[in-house]
Design a binder for this molecule. Structure first.
Ligand SMILES: Cc1cc2nc3c(=O)[nH]c(=O)nc-3n(C[C@H](O)[C@H](O)[C@H](O)COP(=O)(O)OP(=O)(O)OC[C@H]3O[C@@H](n4cnc5c(N)ncnc54)[C@H](O)[C@@H]3O)c2cc1C
Length: 277
């Protein structure tokens, strides 16, 4: 199926895009890489009357490392992150680059954008999980100015975020992981959305931060697993870690045994990967 007819507008600047969004209101949608929006329009799951194309807006595709924080512009593609010497060269962010290998296939990664993935908030996508894991801040610009939203307060549920209708994600700021990192995901085929995924940060000895464990596949948005985090802080063995993950999944009301097994397996795989580092 092809998308329904739509009015197309190319924004020349963020201000231009914001003006178009406020002019057309709920009938309008931003389009970036189009890798999620166009399929949704084709299936009539989204039917905007006006598309505001931000792909030619200058200055939204920079990758910068400032004071150990990585700032990635919204229009940066997944492939550009994967290949970025800045991301790969930053010890606390290397997992951001390597995780991009799991995002779809090359044609999707070369068109799909970081901002699009964050705004779209698919519960299985890698970016929302990474943002929560690393305690990212999402920077959004709207008619009343710019604001930063903590990732844990940004992703509400499937395709639902704290972003207002008249706001655009302009960049994401990712603090460096304070310790060893691991990531694991399971999908039916390479390039498919994950059925379950997990990211972990194990603190460096003597570090102030605790362990972090974030999973997808247990709830509509990425979820931290507090009992698993405590178990890792207490240097629990694998059996105790599995029990803790099970208790977290009870809290999240994950009843399906297959899904529970997948999520638990991804957590233990991610921990194993982190411990190798
Ligand atoms: C076959 C296939 C497999 C895929 N596999 C994966 C996968 O494994 N993992 C994964 O994470 N993704 C996957 N994707 C999705 C892909 O990563 C998309 O690139 C991403 O989800 C959306 O980015 P986009 O730039 O294409 O956004 P678009 O499709 O252009 O937009 C998506 C949504 O975000 C909004 N939006 C876009 N940019 C902004 C912005 N800057 N500010 C505010 N709102 C904005 C749009 O209005 C729209 O609602 C897959 C896609 C396909 C088609």
């Amino acid at each position: 199926m092809k998308p329904a007819p739509v009015n197309y507008h190319r924004a020349a600047s963020v201000g231009d895009a914001l003006a178009l969004l406020s002019e057309f209101g709920e009938e309008s949608k931003v389009i970036a890489g189009g890798q999620s929006l166009v399929p949704m329009m084709s299936f009539r799951l989204a039917r905007p009357e006006h598309l505001v194309d931000i792909t030619r807006v200058p200055g939204l595709d920079a990758i910068e490392l400032v004071d150990d924080e990585l700032a990635i512009g919204a229009l940066t593609t997944h492939q550009a992150v994967l290949e970025s010497p800045i991301v790969r060269g930053s010890r606390g962010h290397r997992m951001v680059a390597t995780t991009m290998r799991h995002v779809g296939h090359l044609p999707i990664r070369t068109r799909g954008t970081v901002g699009g993935s964050i705004a779209h908030a698919d519960g299985s996508a890698e970016w929302p999980l990474l943002c929560v894991l690393l305690g990212a801040r999402i920077v959004a610009e709207g008619s009343t100015g710019e604001r930063e939203i903590a990732a844990e307060e940004f992703f509400f549920g499937l395709y639902t975020t704290a972003l207002e209708m008249d706001e655009i994600v302009t960049r994401v700021v990712l603090p460096a992981a304070e310790g060893a990192t691991g990531f694991a995901e399971y999908g039916l085929r390479h390039g498919d959305f994950a059925l379950a995924a997990a990211g972990v940060v194990l603190p460096s000895p003597g570090g102030a931060a605790g362990s972090r464990v974030v999973v997808s596949g247990a709830a509509p948005a990425p979820s931290r697993l507090p009992r698993a985090e405590s178990a890792l802080d207490d240097e629990a063995d694998e059996a105790a870690l599995r029990t803790a993950v099970g208790a977290d999944l009870d809290d999240l009301e994950v009843d399906d045994d297959y899904q529970r097994g997948l999520v638990t397996g991804m957590v233990t795989d991610a921990v194993e990967e982190a411990r190798k580092r």
